[in-house]
Design a protein around this ligand. Sequence first.
Ligand SMILES: Cc1ncc(COP(=O)(O)O)c(C=O)c1O
Length: 387
Amino acid sequence: MSPATPTLETAREAFPVTRECIYLNTGTYGPMPEPALQELLEATAAAERQGIACTRDIMQDVNRARQGLAAMVGVEPGQIAMSRNSTDGINLVLAGLDWRPGDEVITTDEEHEAMWHPLLYLRATRGIVVHRISVSPDAETMVERLRQVASQRTKLLTFSHVPCETGTRLPAAAMCRWAREHGIATMVDGAQSVGAVPVTLPELGCDWLAGNGHKWLHGPKGTGFLAATPEAMLALRPAHVGAGSLAEADWQAGRAVPHATGERFEYGSRDLARWAGMHASLDWMGVVGWPAIHAHIARHASALKEGLLSLPGVRLLTPVAAEASAGLVSFVIQGHSFQAVMDHARSRRSIHLRPVPHYNATRAATSVLTNSGDVEALLEVLRELPA
Ligand SMILES: Cc1ncc(COP(=O)(O)O)c(C=O)c1O
């Protein structure tokens, strides 16, 4: 059982997975802390067992989750649209803007399918032009790359704050500032940054920030959000509306006006119980303390990078500097396939990693549930690999 008031020292006890294996894949799925999981299960049981007779005010859970997410990314609750995942948030923006053939978008060449598939789809169906620039943690370099591809037709700059394969942290604020100065709208995919490093929408200076609950926020699967400035939220035309998303619905007058807030994207009957789990996770992580969690993640990522660099034949894909990275650490071991590295780590010490086949690399994620023993165990099994 985890203590009632978790601290950074006791946080690990709230994650039973740490007693079964060495879990270094919060970058894919962050397990929920046990007390938050209990809250999710209770809310789900109440809704599913009692149906309409359920006395739990589930909208209160939704609102608490909205407030928690808003506080997390430095906006007002009305600036949050609840979604199912990051991909959802990205699609709300891409589908909510007006596109003409020839409109241009700038993104990077390290995007997750969550970004490049919707962009590819827009290109195929609406005739937009997509420029993909390569990635660097250096602000001047990135701004120069933007300058080289931007044109009068550039309408949107959209990119991952921390691309999932190399784990580089992009100089998002400088990129968004440059875009804003040039009249280009901006969207940041915060799937690998929100919760892993401090991130707020005002500090990024972007119009939209998409994220999910199931990685670094350790919330339930199927939770995500789109945060926006009030103007940017209003600028999106929802592709779908229904019960709950319209502020004005007047058949006689022919008026259908979506809410000005994120609720413009929320409609119909949904699994609202998961938001009880989401706010419970946020509350729990908040008690542990976000500054302490961010420092913990960075400290363990740095220790892992340092250890990896001392091994023969290891090449890091992730920048060494903490401010140029987050919680992901990707590496290549010369002479070994990513699959061999993953299989070896799994069979020797039950270490769970993530493959990055594109670079023949392996990715580890250090998170709130990681301790120095986990980092040492990974380094130890890698040392056993023949040079
Ligand atoms: C950078 C990045 N963006 C988006 C996603 C997709 O997130 P979701 O499953 O919440 O849509 C991932 C998932 O790994 C990711 O790493």
